[in-house]
Design a protein around this ligand. Structure first.
Ligand code: NCD
Length: 537
């Protein structure tokens, strides 16, 4: 069982499983679904955990019907120990931390937790911190955390069942997908998971249909484009139907009124109209079109009206049923019951390649003429005999942006109390850049250099002794930024935000387009936005 890469794995976001792992998963779901539908007991038993002591715990801190009940039914299929935390009467309401609550439950011999919460990134944090608890208490099995929806962030198991249903309608062919995502694309975590989820298809076209108030956040649109999807944006179904090349798969979502502010709620009728399907649209649909919905739909204002239930458009009922099959297979994989024959790529392989990248590069000064004096950099600043000069700051930004960022750099590096100054100069190409001069004794450690690269990538650091540049470093954007007390995710709903009071230290991961995504909630930041205001102070 130990060589099964799925055993004890958490699914906190859809990307926690590689594309190959997900494709393997879908193959298994197909097998199990067929076995169940044909009452093939032998195959069903190959998937069953079949252990009354194997603990699966449901912890739902937000309302749910389908996700919770399909998981419960899936867990019962496995003849396992299935429990549920009654959150309204638990110590979470007495101010207990999530870490303490979940650690305790895992101590009671439970291996898999299914968690829904408003707090974004909670499962990832639980996965990280449970390892130490496990060691302290000699627990053998690694605990796994399955994200059953976290705030507006992700809903990876919904993503798996959505994709499985698309695949069924594609004859299990991964070569292409054209899908329209309709509705509340701003609050809907199921559509957010699609930005990475749909990568399992080779060629992806996504049409986003939502009024501006409910539009897909830019970071997800950006991610879709980076992932090579062709993306089009429309404000309403009506407008979409005027376009060429309409999708044959429409994925509807409901307006999530419970997450909206007063300002948007006032416009709800108008917003709903733009994302609700109407009878008059029927003739404009492509032949063979299917409609999907993560459900629930609103009984008075469904975005897929009930007159469509009994038409071939209806794929949403089969989709919801598929939820149970997908969750059965997921539990089976994480329990290590199936999956030992998997030989493809594992998600963690990609991560370790990223960690090894060098982002502080020492510049070879040996072939430079003696000197390299600081006055070469300066414009009217007294030359420095001993000290540091940070050059090329925010090259290309406006002077006021550069000035503001130089204040942040000084504060983050803890050099704001020193002598010296800041300077903005203009290069031959007309662009501005900032320079920080600090005469004095500075012994920068490796950690200081890491802080410098994190707050001032694309700069040079010059170390000056006796009027000479004795060392010079070029900084690049670090692949990860973590382990500094003064980092802070800007999303208040994120588990790592100080207002959550859980004491989680922030971590950011560089994105392809040069942003930093919070490792917990995925929120995009620029490298300037990841610091608590005022840096170290
Ligand atoms: C969705 C959810 O909770 O994110 N429902 C679900 O899990 N099937 C969508 C919703 O609430 O609208």
């Amino acid at each position: 069982m130990s060589d099964n890469v799925f055993t004890g794995r958490s699914l906190t976001v859809i990307e926690d499983f590689s594309i190959e792992e997900r494709r393997y998963f879908f193959k298994k779901v197909y097998e199990l679904k067929n076995a169940i539908l044909s009452d093939d007991r032998k195959t069903m038993d190959e998937f069953r955990i079949n252990d009354p002591d194997f603990g699966i715990y449901e912890v739902f801190l937000e309302d749910s019907t389908r996700t919770k009940e399909s998981f419960r039914n899936a867990a019962k299929f496995h003849h396992a120990k299935v429990s549920e935390l009654i959150c309204s009467s638990s110590s979470i309401n007495k101010g207990e931390s999530y870490a303490d609550t979940f650690n305790m439950l895992s101590g009671y011999d439970n291996a898999i937790f299914i968690v829904r919460s408003k707090v974004e990134g909670l499962c990832r944090y639980l996965d990280e911190q449970s390892r130490a608890y496990q060691q302290r208490n000699n627990l053998k099995l690694k605990r796994a955390f399955i994200n059953a929806g976290d705030g507006k962030h992700e809903h990876p198991t919904q993503e798996l069942l959505d994709e499985f249903t698309f695949l069924e309608d594609n004859n299990m062919d991964f070569s292409s997908l054209h899908v329209a995502l309709v509705g509340d694309l701003y609050h809907g975590r199921t559509v957010h998971s699609k930005a990475d989820g749909l990568k399992v298809f080779d060629n992806v076209k996504v049409d986003l249909i939502a009024p501006a108030e409910l539009a897909m956040p830019d970071s997800y649109v950006e991610k879709m484009k980076e992932n090579g999807f062709e993306v089009r944006i429309f404000p309403s179904i009506e407008e979409y139907l005027k376009a060429d090349d309409i999708a044959d798969k429409w994925y509807f979502t409901r307006p999530q009124l419970e997450r909206m502010g007063e300002r948007i709620l006032q416009k709800q009728d108008e917003l709903r109209k733009s994302i609700t399907f109407r009878r008059e649209f029927m003739p404009l649909l492509k032949e063979g079109t299917k409609f999907y919905h993560p459900l629930p739909r609103h009984k008075e204002h469904p975005t897929i009206p009930t007159f469509l239930d009994n038409t071939p458009l209806n794929a949403w009922e089969r989709q919801a049923i598929n939820g149970m099959y997908c969750r059965m297979v997921l539990l089976s994989l994480i329990a290590g019951k199936i999956g030992s024959d998997y030989t493809g790529k594992v998600k963690t392989d990609e991560e370790s390649a990223l960690r090894q990248e060098e982002y502080i590069v020492s510049v070879d000064l040996s072939d430079r003429p003696a000197g390299g004096k600081v006055k070469n950099y300066s414009e009217g600043v007294h030359p420095i005999d001993n000290g540091i000069v940070i050059d090329h700051i925010c090259k290309g930004d406006s002077p006021s942006e550069i000035r503001e960022h130089m204040r942040l750099i000084s504060s983050v590096l803890g050099v704001d109390e020193g002598r010296g100054g800041e300077w903005i100069s203009r290069g031959a190409d007309g662009s501005f850049k900032g320079i920080i001069f600090r005469p004095g004794e500075y012994n920068l450690s490796r950690k200081d250099l890491k802080r410098l690269a994190a707050v001032a990538p694309h700069c040079t650091l010059n170390i000056i002794k006796d009027g000479k540049v004795i060392e010079k470093f070029r900084t690049h954007m670090p692949p990860r930024i973590y382990n500094f007390d003064d980092l802070c995710c800007a999303n208040e709903a994120c588990i790592s935000h100080p207002s959550q009071g859980e004491g989680v230290s922030s971590m950011f991961i560089r994105t392809q387009d040069g942003h930093y995504a919070c490792a917990y909630c995925g929120r995009f930041h620029t490298y300037k936005e990841i610091w608590k205001r005022g840096g170290r102070n």
